[in-house]
Design a binder for this molecule. Structure first.
Ligand code: SAH
Length: 342
């Protein structure tokens, strides 16, 4: 059995032809999937024979929300159970300009960043594109709200699940899919250099690229993020410059401020120097506390002065609003819950 939500429209057309059906049927089926149907029998413009054939060979992913939690700021966190029993979390945030879905792309994560709860739980497997988009469909179904932005900032490292993430992006962007503009889709990576270069070469869609930088100094970054021992800051910046040259898109650098670790004035000046002249923007995140975490959040004054130092030195910087921290739905707080907790 294949998950019918795993196909892009072009792939579904090929698939239908391969089972002896007319190509145009793919458009009909695809459109139904994005109207949120959960069974083939609801696809009323298909013949009974085709419905039977589809039901025998494919399934419609039906991820179950076992425990959604709503924050006082309107953020909703979902705990989804996949078909194989694994659990992931997704978040819906409400902004003035629309609703953002923060989706997971792996069960667990193998990057091991020491400030991120998702890393604590180990790595189980990558999600398929169908499992990624099912999170958005289920969020829309549960809340009755439309999603207008998607960020790959949930559990997992998107560039460690490159093909499925790219396929999901195509489906999210497809006018017959979610019809969400590429500029409303963001991928965040811890900095897998060859994949950033691959993305620059292959990207058909102009989605936003965010880099989790967190320090402009190799020793500090390596102490927070093991990936830095493999790809140094200089290599990441080089790959980013290549990406900008190829796509002419601005890159966002995410920087979680940790008290006494990366938040001094000198750190801000060092960062400004590193990014000088690049088509870049810095998004400052007050670090969120995780269970048994070793880091403390910088004070609000320090965060504001860090931003001001960057701005004064020609780097555009903003402070990310903290949403959902009361329900552990904020950056770095998502975990693959143990099944017995569910
Ligand atoms: N693996 C990807 C995407 C997931 S995390 C990545 O590394 O970018 C999304 C963002 O939240 C990243 O910038 C990540 O570094 C940040 N983050 C992780 N843990 C955090 C924490 N405890 N507090 C604040 N931000 C955190």
């Amino acid at each position: 059995m294949k998950n019918i939500r795993d196909f892009t429209l072009a792939e579904l057309e090929e698939e239908l032809v391969s089972i002896g059906e007319k190509k145009y049927r793919a458009k009909q089926i695809f459109a139904w999937l994005f109207r949120g149907v959960t069974s083939f029998s609801e696809m009323t413009d298909l013949s009974k024979e085709l419905i039977a054939k589809l039901s025998e060979n494919y399934y419609i992913e039906n991820i179950v929300d076992s425990k959604s939690q709503k924050s006082k700021d309107g953020t909703v966190k979902f705990l989804f159970i996949l078909r194989d029993g694994n659990a992931i979390e997704s978040v819906m945030m409400k902004y003035k300009y629309g609703n953002t879905a923060c989706v997971s792309n792996q069960v667990g994560c193998r990057m091991g960043c020491n400030f991120c709860a998702s890393a604590r739980i180990g790595f189980v497997r990558s999600l398929t594109s169908g499992e990624i988009i099912s999170q958005i469909l289920e969020i829309e179904r549960q809340t009755g709200e439309k999603i207008s932005n998607v960020v790959f900032m949930g559990i997992g490292e998107p560039l460690d699940n490159y093909d499925n993430v790219m396929r999901a992006i195509k489906i999210i962007n497809d006018p017959k899919g979610f019809n969400i503009g590429a500029r409303h889709i963001s991928i965040s990576t811890c900095g897998i250099v060859p994949k950033i270069r691959q993305l620059a070469d292959e990207i058909e869609l102009q989605c936003n690229l965010c880099i989790s930088l967190h320090s402009s100094k190799d020793d500090v970054r390596s102490s927070m993020m093991p990936i830095n021992k493999k790809y140094s800051i200089a290599e990441v910046i080089d790959a980013c410059k290549y990406y900008i040259e190829k796509t002419n898109r601005r890159i966002t650098f995410e920087y979680a401020l940790v008290d006494g670790v990366n938040d001094s004035k000198e750190d801000a000046l060092h960062l400004a120097k590193l990014l000088k002249g690049m088509l870049a923007h810095v998004n400052l995140i007050p670090i969120n506390k995780i269970k048994d975490g070793i880091y403390e959040k910088s004070s609000t004054e320090k965060i504001m002065s860090f931003r001001d130092t960057l701005n004064d030195n020609g780097i555009v910087a903003t402070i990310r609003r903290e949403l959902g921290s009361d329900i552990s739905a904020a950056c770095g707080q998502l975990v693959r819950q143990q099944k017995q907790d569910v």
